[in-house]
Design a protein around this ligand. Structure first.
Ligand code: SAH
Length: 328
């Protein structure tokens, strides 16, 4: 594999200079095609609880937000939705939630074991846990884990996450890698005070940590958070960070994120043509989708049925993958 390498300075220049965007995005598209092909992997996403003990400043699920109706899907119903997704043809299930203590190690392990009986790859995205918990999840059969670093700027990280620590976030990623999870991370683009320099560091961090998947999305201001008056992140800048990630990590899996589509009605298709090769449709009922509002405007677009997504993907000469979608 022929990997292009950009220095931090080169990455910064590319992010600053919008005159070469067309070159950048089509280069990422070509590198995507050469390394992971034209298949698009669909992951069936189950957002199973919006109850969260954390206070991430940007997130609508933060525990201090009293304007949100909380829900928790019970283990047997999570398994029901997973079965439904499998019946629809999904080969990967993603379980995502707030940092909800109800889902202890033992409760999660039971859910993992049941879902793994369905012959699917299983991804977890449930936040920071101990090595022992991650190990138990892995031993129960979980294949992948997503936990975004959000930003590698330590100062910004501590401003955005009052009751969390950057070093522990990195510890989580290292534990997950050591346990043999396919490990996903990523960042937000457009956080208040975030610099282009730190975005370059984010991209280099993905490489350094050995990420198997990287999800990148623009920050979207949520009205019930302390960042309600801040401007949204820039769609093009988020797209460029994603394209550079593809160029530097040619064979990883990169989702076309929902947040991209929230800022641009065709955002996910544009992302698929600029380096992305994964889409994560929501497979729970609308009632829960509405309440899992990490940022506003997320609901309508998650509403896309599998058929509509498939049609859209075919319309850009791409095909839905038939396998489990592990990193090549
Ligand atoms: N509790 C889990 C899952 C978090 S939700 C965890 O800690 O990993 C998944 C992602 O949504 C987060 O990692 C964050 O990057 C993104 N997100 C949260 N609030 C957002 C906002 N206001 N705009 C855009 N993305 C947001």
């Amino acid at each position: 594999m022929n990997v292009m390498n950009f220095s931090k300075q080169e990455i910064i220049e590319i992010l600053r200079d919008d005159s070469k965007n067309e070159w950048l995005l089509s280069l990422a598209n070509r590198i995507r095609r050469e390394n992971v092909g034209d298949e698009v992997h669909l992951r069936g996403l189950i957002e199973f609880s919006n109850i969260c003990k954390s206070t991430c400043k940007y997130c609508g699920l933060r525990c201090e937000n009293k304007n949100i109706e909380r829900y928790r899907i019970q283990p047997e119903d999570i398994i029901f939705y997973a079965q439904k997704a499998v019946d629809m043809g999904y080969k990967t299930i993603v379980l995502q939630s707030g940092e909800d203590k109800f889902f202890s190690k033992d409760v999660m392990c039971e859910i993992i074991k049941e879902i793994k009986k369905l012959d699917v790859a299983l991804t977890l995205s449930i936040g920071e846990r101990s090595f022992e918990e991650y190990k138990a999840f892995r031993d129960s059969g979980a294949d992948r884990y997503l936990i975004r670093i959000e930003t590698t700027d330590r100062n910004l990280y501590s401003q955005m996450h009052p009751n969390m620590g950057f070093d522990n976030r990195v510890r989580c990623l290292k534990d997950l890698k050591a346990l043999g999870f396919e490990t996903g991370t990523g960042c937000l683009v457009g956080l208040p005070g975030q610099t282009v320099e730190s975005l370059a560091d984010d991209i280099l961090f993905f490489k350094e940590i050995g990420a198997d998947m990287v999800g990148i999305g623009p920050f979207i201001a949520h009205p019930d958070t302390p960042l309600k008056d801040e401007p949204n992140g820039d769609f093009i800048l988020a797209l460029k960070v994603m394209a550079l990630t593809r160029i530097l990590l040619p064979d990883i899996n990169i989702p076309a994120t929902t947040a991209m589509e929230t800022l641009n009605p065709n955002g996910r298709i544009i992302a698929l043509q600029s380096g992305a090769n994964v889409v994560m449709p929501n497979v729970t009922v609308t009632e829960f989708r509405e309440k899992y509002e990490i940022y506003p405007g997320k609901v309508e677009i998650s509403d896309c049925s599998r058929e509509i997504i498939e049609e859209k993907i075919n319309s850009i000469d791409r095909v839905i993958a038939s396998g489990y979608g592990f990193r090549k």
